[in-house]
Design a protein around this ligand. Sequence first.
Ligand code: ATP
Length: 374
Amino acid sequence: MIDLNFKQRFPDFELDIQAQVPSSGITAIFGRSGAGKTSIINAISGLKNPDSGSISINQRVLFDSQQAINLAIEKRDIGYVFQESRLFPHYKVKGNLLYGVKNQAYLGKSELPRNFNQVVDLLGLSELLDRYPADLSGGEKQRCAIARALLSEPKVLLMDEPLASLDLPRKKEVMPFLESLAQEIQIPILYVTHSLDEILHLADHMLLMDSGRVVDSGDIERMWASSAFKPWHDEADLSTIFKGVIKQHHQRYALTYVEIAPSCGVWMSGIDANVDESVRIRIHASDVSLTLSKSTDTSIRNILPAQVIELAPVTDPALPVSICLAIGESEVEHYLWANITAWAYEDLQLEIGQKVYAQIKGVKMTNKDMAIRK
Ligand SMILES: Nc1ncnc2c1ncn2[C@@H]1O[C@H](COP(=O)(O)OP(=O)(O)OP(=O)(O)O)[C@@H](O)[C@H]1O
């Protein structure tokens, strides 16, 4: 667990952070520009010191103002990847990679660090080792920067918008490497981003920031469905994501049944993975319609009993109304967003607590789960 509990004052801004970050998986730090995202990771890395409070990683204290502990940057065992790759132009890729290696002095001239080949393979760099940074694409440079950070064998990897400086094709090139990184390496990654797409494909958890504070945090599925996060969804593209488990493949049709909550699942296009494997799926609110009684004569296969838990008043009859539903039978609540027309909303006279049926037309897998399919 990474424990963050500190304050830091700037002339026009105060950071007041209280949060716990799980010690595995990717935690996205998300929020509007100026919310304090970079300031959090600067404090963890030791680039800037808080005024008061404490920071620890798996109970190892990096900073504690009361105990006067403030570990030097190089003693914190932290890997940092910035927006730009910051490679040394006069070193080839291999030289850049070895630059961050700890105890380099103890390695013989021809000796490589023990994780060198694994990291080079993971980031797809084996063909590039003899090139200079000037001869690399933006995406290749960033892959090199990530590998360099990993070769220092950090206990935590901090990534500050690592794809922000890349154009769309380069982003698409680097994303699969980040996806497999998330699966392969066992250290926590804190990932600052503005991109919903990156969160959807990479993150397991999220810290949502506003005005220097963490306003909510938790598993990505809960955070994605939360009301605090709703303003971040594109109005026309509200969706819910679920961590699902493959339960069966249809013997006749190319369909797979994925359980998304206890006693609750959906049929979707056949997934090329084994029963019991985990997948992340996304259901667009515009693909969810509601009925008050269960239809039996419909072409829609996915009909889930649900309960209305959040309603918004109609503000503009021309716009769809978003309705949050609870589904599944468990103590942990699983949410599903539905968008229906204002006309249907007023016709159905929905109320909080009302039992309804959610009919789901399309269910999509996110790329993150394509990476799980190995
Ligand atoms: N050294 C500093 N001196 C004064 N103000 C600072 C300093 N560093 C950060 N700030 C202020 O703290 C606030 C948070 O900055 P920070 O860079 O952490 O935000 P951010 O969420 O990462 O923003 P962005 O998404 O635009 O990178 C901003 O208002 C910024 O101007």
